[in-house]
Design a protein around this ligand. Sequence first.
Ligand code: UT7
Length: 329
Amino acid sequence: MDTLVSVGITGVGGYAPPGILTNHDLEKMVDTSDEWIRTRSGISNRHIADAATATSDIALPAARQALERAGLAAEELDMVVMATFTPDYLLPATACTIQHALGATRAGAFDLAAACTGFIYALNIVAPSIATGQFRNALVIGGDTLSKVTDYTDRGTCVLFGDGAGAAVLQPVPAGRGLLSSYLRADGGGCEMLYIPGGSTRKPATHETVDARDHFVKMSGNEVFRFAVRALEEAVLEALGRAGLTTADVDLIVPHQANIRIIDGAAKRLGIPEDRWVINLHEYGNTSGGSIPLALNEAYEQGRLHEGDVVVFVAFGGGLTWGASVLRW
Ligand code: UT7
């Protein structure tokens, strides 16, 4: 074990498509109001991809930015991981499309499916391979084009979701820095609380499944909400405990951007002051796999990340999955 090296994030990037869907636009599409959406979720805008844009297209600008900031050439990459549940195709992995477009000619590539917790899963599954020297580095991307699987006749979901991606380059860093701990959980018993019933092997696409709108996300919003507040609190405390830290040590916390009331609820339970939380859901809505790396990128661009800071990522989502990770920046 004494050959293990510390692994950290050496470059970040983010991208959201330019098209914007406002609450006022949604008022014309479903029975809702700007006031309801803002007070119940905190969201005002979402960025929406056009018809020609797929998930790899929004992942690529984020990936290129992260590589540039890390000072790493694509040909030097050993692994590309894409955390998404809205791949370009069911087959092959979107990570392969990204690997090819980047010119990462010496890299392996695979997708990881853990919905909104996907970026945290990917970081913590890949980092040990760098720590042991199996890979020299990895590019971890989280991103979803949720607008492609959102039912814009369902007001319970369509007001929440948007499109976006973020990326991080993982490399060895000086001892004591980088990833300190993780806590990753799942409960498949909650599968149908947040899922897409049709279009895969359980219910392959037919005219009937399309007519029934089964290829869109279905969600029991209320149940997910109750699970989310508990999951955020549990994951943050567990991951901090595993790093030998407490909530008082947290300099910055980047939560999954699902609903401001979920974040406020968790912040109160944890007693982590408001100014430590990175929040951008008012502008992007819930971008699932893109949520945490997109917010991380914004924090980086705003100069909110300082060397030595204790940074926490925490998420919950479909699966159900939830988890957290602690890093020293
Ligand atoms: O990545 C994880 C993804 N999922 C989540 O994080 C979702 C977690 N859940 C939530 O964010 C919230 O549960 C929602 C925002 C989805 C809903 O908020 P809520 O405060 O839990 O509302 P509710 O479901 O209890 O519904 C309250 C009322 C209902 O009307 P009635 O039955 O009281 O007459 C809904 O039909 O609000 C109605 N409603 C809406 N009204 C206007 C639901 N959606 C809308 C809407 N506009 N968009």
